[in-house]
Design a protein around this ligand. Structure first.
Ligand code: KDG
Ligand code: MG
Length: 403
């Protein structure tokens, strides 16, 4: 393997925005990393271009760990989503390069297979209980063994996770954030009814998941977890904002519904207390937002000590490059739990040719050297970046709330 000759950041919008880092070595190999931070894309674009790429040129591409330490410790200003997404992109691109140079699929460098396929969950949603039940059935017919179910809340004009059109849910929209209305009281009354209907219709074999999206207080989350116990969820996700890791002790003391947290975490320090105190069951950090394969392996190793399993974030804002890298990690990591999987648009799939595939409820990273995802730069250039933001949330009285 040789030195890094060139690195560039590619912004493209084949239906939604993606930022991709391409690192090219002197011997002509290239590696890719996803650098997409939904709604804050240009912050990472600039961080990479202005502060990271100048330090990469001439560096030995084989020194993945040292490069990680250089970008993390060396920056003085540590952590945060922008910095860690940029580091994650470099790290993923270097692992891709190392595996390509070795002529192996990345999972072989990570210790080889720990399983035959990667269990994934799809996203079903509907305006009301009947529509959501029907949609879950559609996913089960497609072969999914696990489905996340989100449902409209009676009395609220819109809610997180429920599509406005027939396509799967896509939260990023207008350049200036849209404002949604939220009521925890209305939501809390409606969720148990959904899962009761789902278990009645499909029994207890399919795994069912639900995302609260950070909206409840700890005691409300405890109440919801308890109310959902009869329906044996695979997990209840992000019940409350997790800045205060200690608050999960309260939730935990009220419910045995498994808890999943971490899609917005970017470093091991964000989940250290949650993991060490066994306050969660699944850790949802990604390669993209949590410092790449190198750092995610460290988080997973800590989690393994405490019987916490992985459940990597895989919404549409994680590019096919992110999914490619995640699947090699998932296939190899001992304490794997599940992988989130939201399909991308055909335009996105055309821009990012890939080796990974879905088959009967499982994802497979494929046997191509590296992580197996490439970018068609000419096609990417046909889809220029368009500013788009995630919505914000207000309570019915106008108070700003968590989205
Ligand atoms: O960019 C934000 C989305 O990734 C997030 O809202 C999706 O919560 C999400 C999930 O679980 O996929
Ligand atoms: Mg989520």
């Amino acid at each position: 393997m040789s030195r890094i000759a060139e690195a560039r950041v590619i912004a493209t919008c084949p239906g939604r925005n993606f930022i991709t880092l391409k690192v090219v070595t002197e011997d002509g190999l290239h590696g890719l990393g996803d650098a997409t931070l939904n709604g804050r894309e240009m912050a990472v674009f600039s961080y990479l271009n202005d502060h990271v790429i100048p330090t990469l040129i001439g560096r030995d591409a084989a020194r993945i760990e040292d490069t990680w330490q250089y970008l993390y410790r060396g920056a003085y200003w540590r952590r945060g989503p922008v910095t860690m997404t940029a580091i994650g992109a470099v790290d993923t691109a270097l692992w891709d390069l190392k595996a390509k140079a070795a002529g192996m699929p990345l999972y072989q460098l990570l210790g080889g297979r720990s399983r035959d396929g990667v269990l994934c969950y799809g996203h079903a949603n509907g305006e009301d209980v009947a529509a959501t039940v029907e949609e879950v059935g559609r996913y089960l017919k497609l072969g999914y063994k696990a489905v996340r179910a989100q449902c409209g809340v009676p009395g609220l004009p819109s809610t997180y996770g429920v599509s406005k059109d027939k396509m799967f849910y896509e939260p990023a929209g207008a350049a200036v954030p849209e404002e949604n209305v939220w009521s925890s009281e209305k939501y809390l009354n409606s969720v148990p009814e959904l899962f009761s209907a789902l278990r009645k219709e499909y029994g207890f074999t399919p795994h069912l998941l639900h995302d609260v999206h950070h909206r409840l207080t700890p005691i409300e989350a405890g109440r919801l977890g308890k109310a959902l116990e009869p329906y044996a969820l695979f997990w209840m996700e992000d019940p409350t904002p997790a800045e205060n890791q200690e608050s999960f002790r309260l939730i935990r003391s009220h419910t045995t519904t498994p808890l999943a947290v971490g899609e917005i975490f970017n470093a091991i320090w964000d989940c250290k207390d949650l993991i060490e105190n066994q306050l969660i069951d699944y850790i949802r950090c990604t390669v993209t937002h949590a410092g790449g394969i190198t750092h995610l392996r460290q988080i997973a190793a800590l989690a393994a000590l405490h019987q916490v399993r992985t459940g990597c974030h895989g919404a549409t804002d994680l590019s096919p490059v992110s999914m490619g890298a995640a699947l090699h990690f998932d296939l190899s990591v001992p304490n794997f739990g599940i992988q989130e999987y939201m399909r991308h648009t055909p335009e996105t799939d055309a821009v990012f040719p890939r080796a990974w595939r879905f088959d009967n409820g499982y994802l497979h990273p494929g046997e191509a050297p590296g992580h197996g995802v490439d970018i068609n730069e000419a096609l990417a250039a046909e889809h220029p970046y368009r500013p788009a933001s995630l919505p914000v949330n207000r309570l019915e009285d106008g108070t700003l709330w968590h989205w």
